[in-house]
Design a protein around this ligand. Structure first.
Ligand code: NAD
Ligand code: UFG
Length: 340
């Protein structure tokens, strides 16, 4: 059995579908602070099995202990997605972010120790690299001081896991996600940003849908080929599959304790203008956009060297930028048609 925290969220829900479709028994823990219980219906529809669900605040140690009393003895592994993730909000409310993201991880590790659960997959982020001196970044590329409290929680969480693996029986993997986009091919699950999106792709799809008047491209004089920032956009279904491979690696491990880190991206950098063009090509819908000032805190370019994941996890991204954007658009249209 795999305990999936944050399993009703964007990446968690896609991962639950992959897990169940590959024979894993899944139990989801989520407080629904950034997701909906109806996601369980969609996961059931796409996988044929409804995961067991506990509504629980993972940062509350008593609540979490009570849930682990019920399920802890049956679980072999935990995938820990649950976290607050809005970069801007984390600058306004740093203590909320440190409390939620750090306490949740610590509580999970305590319960794993108590119930002798050995395998952990953790959601980290390429944000730990900051603005790297050289791209693509490998897992050996030094981390830089975080640009935000959110980013800092990811760096600190990685260190908490590394240190705990030296002190208790724990095999753990941190996956450093690059920029997750896209949605399941069914368009029944996808990303649901609340209010005005901060991230590029939801802003693009909402502009295409006429919900936003125009996209502002933040900065056009970066030192890149077309002057706009470069990121590594990874399809969420490819990302979900990376968790499956990480879990398989952990379950096959013979060591008592270990800790490893993997970059999960496509290995290809795309500029903001590349994304706009790829969206237009993939969907046939034009995007109304203007060039605007830089956004504070943005880095110029980051993309992954994925050799380690390719060779040691036996994982490689299969879906390209256009396929990813097309799936985001299908999801946006399907969601709007059901909710307007
Ligand atoms: P999401 O907000 O869609 O999912 C996170 C889930 O965790 C939500 O369902 C939320 O209700 C739940 N949650 C949060 N705090 C909780 C708590 N204290 N107790 C119980 N449940 C709680 O986010 P996502 O995009 O699916 O991200 C999943 C993970 O991946 C997060 O750790 C995030 O930081 C990390 N990550 C995301 C991105 C991205 O761009 N989406 C990039 C890098 C890393
Ligand atoms: N951008 C625009 N216009 C917009 C939104 C974004 O031009 O309206 C640009 C940004 O300036 C950036 C690129 O599009 O150059 C991507 O921006 P996102 O906000 O989509 O993604 P970020 O790379 O800034 O950050 C994301 C998540 C973070 C996470 C990071 C690395 O938001 O939580 O990826 O995983 F830490």
């Amino acid at each position: 059995m795999v305990i999936v925290t944050g399993g009703t969220g964007y990446i968690g829900s896609h991962t639950c579908v992959e897990l169940i479709n590959n024979g894993f028994e899944v139990v989801i823990l989520d407080n629904l602070s950034n997701s909906h219980e109806s996601m369980l219906d969609a996961i059931e529809e796409l996988s044929g099995k409804r995961p067991t669900f506990y509504k629980v605040d993972i940062d509350d140690s008593d609540q979490l202990a009570a849930v682990f009393e019920k399920i802890g003895s049956k679980a072999e592994s935990v995938i820990h997605f649950a976290a607050k993730k809005a970069v801007g909000e984390s600058v306004q409310e740093p203590l909320e972010y440190y409390r939620n993201n750090l306490d949740s991880l610590i509580n999970i590790l305590v319960e794993m120790g108590r119930h002798q659960i050995q395998n952990l997959v953790f959601s980290s982020s390429c944000t730990v690299y900051g603005q790297p001196d050289v791209c693509p970044v490998t897992e050996e590329t030094p981390r830089k001081e975080a640009e935000s409290p959110y980013g800092n929680t990811k760096s600190i969480c990685e260190d908490i896991i590394r240190d705990t693996s030296k002190a208790q029986s724990l095999n753990a993997i941190s996956l450093r996600y690059f920029n997750p986009i896209g949605a399941h091919e069914s368009a029944k699950i996808g990303e649901l940003p609340i209010g005005v999106p901060n991230n590029l792709v939801p802003y693009v799809t909402q502009t295409a849908a006429g919900i936003r008047k125009e996209l502002t491209i933040f900065g056009d004089d970066y030192v890149t080929d077309d002057g706009t920032c470069i990121r590594d956009y990874i399809h969420v279904v490819d990302l979900a599959k990376a968790h499956l491979q990480a879990l398989r690696k952990l379950e096959a491990a013979t060591s008592e304790s270990s800790y490893d880190i993997f970059n999960i991206g496509t290995g290809k950098g795309s500029s903001v203008l590349d994304v706009v063009k790829a969206f237009e090509t993939a969907t046939g819908v034009s995007i109304n956009y203007k060039l605007g000032p830089k956004r504070e805190g943005d880095i110029t370019a980051v993309y992954a060297d994925t050799t380690k994941a390719n060779t040691q996890l036996n994982w490689k991204a299969q879906l390209g930028l256009e396929e990813s954007l097309k799936s985001s658009w299908n999801w946006e249209q399907n969601y709007r048609s059901r909710n307007t």
